[in-house]
Design a protein around this ligand. Structure first.
Ligand code: MOS
Length: 736
């Protein structure tokens, strides 16, 4: 552990050996293409499928009129904690958003299915829709209660409105963060293999094979043993595959109805009909004493949700956590739009809330004429004031110090527009990042073969984060084996239970389970080794032994050793498999808060005449406990930085509110950062020893990279230009 080894699945991925959900095949495979609604709200009056059905090669067309009558469609799922139960594809004639799947055309090949989908004649009855969050909030004909759903937030601390009203140094700013789309490289796809005995094997794009499995069994009332989900590779997800998506339901439905193997792949355009990061309208009010001490923090956020459910993020809680402050008030509300339900997207909540707060903090530092780093240090929170408890660890000070040192922050001139080179204004900005260190209960299996090879298996997913690699490292390390003697199998619902890979919890959750399984296996082997080598070892316990290099030796006398293989030979083969679970320590969870932190330093160069921004340097210093693999961990932070830059400068889902649909539903019009936009990025992992957070000391690194980065870019743009821009993305037109 701790070595920056290359991904164990890297070769399979770059050579094409790795199979994604649309890569699996069957001799009789047929193809489904989804038809999406073209209106945002109303009803389907009729769907005429005759033309499509007459087309050569078309096998079937499924709509709400001829879909199987599953009990699932009649059940009231309102109170149920199964997110996708709220949306049931082809449930009825009601249209709740533009892009809603209304039919599946199945044909001999994908092209025929796609073409035949254009032959469907759909008649709608349209109703007035609302997809504009700002317009809804400003609508004078609606009361606040009609527009908004108030969600729970941490209880207020002190009296922030009073403190703010009486303050001489105060500032209130409003931010608009637009909708963003995930669009991972591999699109959502499901291949359902139909077996003659009625069982199905499902290859789905998912962050959790067990969750997909449960969803299918529940929706179609299938026996758990009759469904197997096998999704060894995911091809990027970022939260979009946390929930089963509609192509999964439609593919399974078609396979069961037709008794054929079916594949449904979403087009890039259809990828824009799934979940997204909700819009966030935020108001942040800060007040400070003249010595720089924060005296009031108020953070109000409004997010959009759908007509189907309350999609809730923790957008504002960070504003009560990140800085020492006696008076805090947080509000979070939702507004229903005629759009599909948002979905978790890398650092859900924090990417909106913290990136807004950190811009407001920068602005307040300037009001106080303080260096933004000094201002943050002045208000450093030693403990979690929301929960009144300590952190398991918090090396944020070291993040600030090491990041600043590496970046050269001390050479920064404070005044905006004070650093330039030729026609370019140079800006240096800083922001803080924070994320929660989650751990969920998970299980894993460790199996030793007689030849000394170790197999690790769990239903967990590797969504591209490096899970295969770190689990292999943990297992090899625990049993003292070379990495080449360990293989890890993931993404199969028949393997020991694991939750979805999400919330940056994968390493801590699956890693702890693998560690537990390997420790249990080690104990078993140690017992046999002692029994075998009694005369040589003397009176020892397993604690006196070290497993290293495929051997077991005495700690006190490493020359006394026995080969692992020799021990295995003596053991009953059935004893060489161990299933173990690991879960967070409930008492510790109550007693301590667990968070990862970061400090992000950004240099931008802004062309004064064109308003063009180049992000030329980023240093992101992260304290996230033990880093299992600095290479894969740095990859995660780098990805988060790129996305943070992209969020600051380019990304925005643009709706045409007249028709209620996303218009930039492709990579030409939905801008993301490309390689040409990315310059010098550096990741620092600050040492943080934490034996409290979990036995492995892991906090997770999947999401924190984006938190803070966007704000640091915005703050650097202010430093360069003297302009505060409150609506993302910060495009040239806003700068000029
Ligand atoms: Mo992440 S948004 O929890 O996949």
């Amino acid at each position: 552990m701790g070595q920056g080894i290359a991904r164990v699945d890297g070769r399979a991925k770059v050579t094409g050996a790795a199979k994604y959900s649309a890569d699996f095949n069957a001799p009789d495979l047929v193809h489904g293409y989804v038809v999406n609604s073209t209106i945002a709200r109303g009803r389907i009056v009729s769907i005429d499928a005759a033309g499509a059905l007459d087309f050569p090669g078309v096998i079937a067309v499924f709509t709400h009129e001829n879909r199987p009558d599953l009990a699932w469609f009649h059940r009231d799922h309102k109170d149920k904690d199964t997110p996708t139960a709220h949306f049931r594809p082809l449930a009825d004639a009601v249209i709740r958003y533009s892009g809603q799947p209304i039919a599946l055309v199945v044909a001999q090949d994908a092209e025929t299915a796609r073409y035949a989908s254009t032959l469907l004649h759909v008649q709608y009855e349209m109703e007035r829709h609302q997809t504009n969050l700002s317009a809804l909030c400003d609508d004078p004909d609606l009361s606040l209660d009609q527009k908004m759903i108030v969600k729970k937030t941490p209880k207020p601390r002190g009296d922030a409105p009073h403190a703010f009203a009486g303050a001489s140094i105060r500032n209130c700013t409003q931010y608009r963060f637009p909708i963003e789309h995930h669009n991972p490289m591999a699109p959502h796809a499901s291949t359902v293999l139909w077996h003659s005995n009625g069982k199905i094997t499902v290859h789905d794009k998912t962050q959790g094979s067990r969750q997909t499995h449960d969803y299918i069994c529940e929706a179609f009332e299938l026996d758990k043993a009759d469904v197997q989900v096998v999704s060894p590779y995911v091809g990027g997800a970022f939260g979009l595959a946390i929930r089963p998506q509609y192509q999964l339901f439609l593919a399974v439905m078609a396979a069961r109805e037709l008794r054929l193997s079916v594949r449904v792949v979403l087009s890039r355009e259809q990828m824009f009909t799934l979940g997204y990061r909700p819009e966030a309208l935020q108001t942040i009010s800060l007040a400070a004493e003249s010595n720089g001490a924060l005296n009031a923090v108020m953070h109000d956020a409004i997010g959009n949700t759908s007509q189907l459910e309350d999609f809730t993020e923790s957008t504002v809680k960070w504003s009560g956590l990140l800085y020492q402050c006696p008076n805090v008030k947080l509000n979070y509300r939702l507004a229903r739009l005629d759009l599909y339900t948002p979905t978790d997207m890398r650092a859900p909540g924090a990417a909106s809330g913290v990136n807004a707060l950190e811009q407001a903090i920068d602005e307040m530092a300037y009001l106080l004429d303080m260096d933004p780093l000094q201002f943050r240090l002045k208000n450093y929170a030693e403990c979690d004031q929301i929960e009144s408890r300590d952190f398991t660890s918090k090396e944020l000070r070291a993040c600030y110090a090491q990041g600043a040192e590496r970046f050269g922050w001390a050479r920064r001139l404070h005044a905006p527009r004070s650093m330039r080179e030729g026609r370019e204004l140079i800006g240096w900005g800083l922001a803080t990042g924070v994320w929660e260190a989650f751990q969920q209960k998970a299980s894993a299996r460790a199996t030793l073969s007689p030849d000394g090879h170790l197999d690790i298996a769990t239903a967990a997913a590797d969504i591209g984060t490096g899970t295969y690699t770190i689990l292999t490292q943990i297992a090899a390390d625990t049993l003292g084996l070379p990495l080449s003697s360990v293989t890890t199998t993931l993404g199969d619902s028949s393997l020991p239970w694991a939750p979805v890979e999400g919330g940056s919890s994968g390493a801590a959750s699956f890693g702890s389970a693998v560690k537990a399984a390997c420790e249990a296996l080690k104990k078993r082997i140690a017992k046999h080794a002692i029994a075998m080598s009694g005369p040589a070892f003397g009176h020892v316990t397993e604690d006196d032994l070290v497993f290293t290099g495929g051997q077991i030796c005495l700690k006190s006398d490493p020359d006394k050793r026995v080969h692992l293989k020799e021990v295995i030979k003596r053991i009953n083969i059935n004893q060489l498999t161990v299933d173990c679970s690991a879960e967070p320590d409930a008492a510790s969870k109550k007693r301590y808060s667990r968070n990862a932190h970061s400090a992000v330093f950004v240099e931008v160069r802004v062309d004064e005449e064109l308003g063009q921004v180049r992000v030329t340097r980023v240093v992101n210093a992260v304290a996230a406990g033990r880093i299992l693999n600095p290479k894969t961990a740095a990859n995660q932070i780098l990805g988060g930085i790129v996305w943070g830059i992209s969020k600051a400068l380019y990304e925005e889902g643009i709706l045409d509110h007249r028709i209620g649909r996303f218009m930039n539903h492709n990579f030409a019009d939905y801008h993301i950062a490309t390689s040409a936009d990315i310059d010098d990025l550096e990741v620092i992992f600050v040492e943080e020893h934490d034996s409290e957070v979990n036995p492995l000391g892991i906090k997770g690194v999947g999401e924190i990279g984006i938190v803070g980065t966007t704000a640091a870019v915005a703050n650097a743009i202010f430093h360069a230009t003297g302009k505060r821009i409150y609506a993302l993305p910060i495009t040239m037109d806003k700068i000029l």
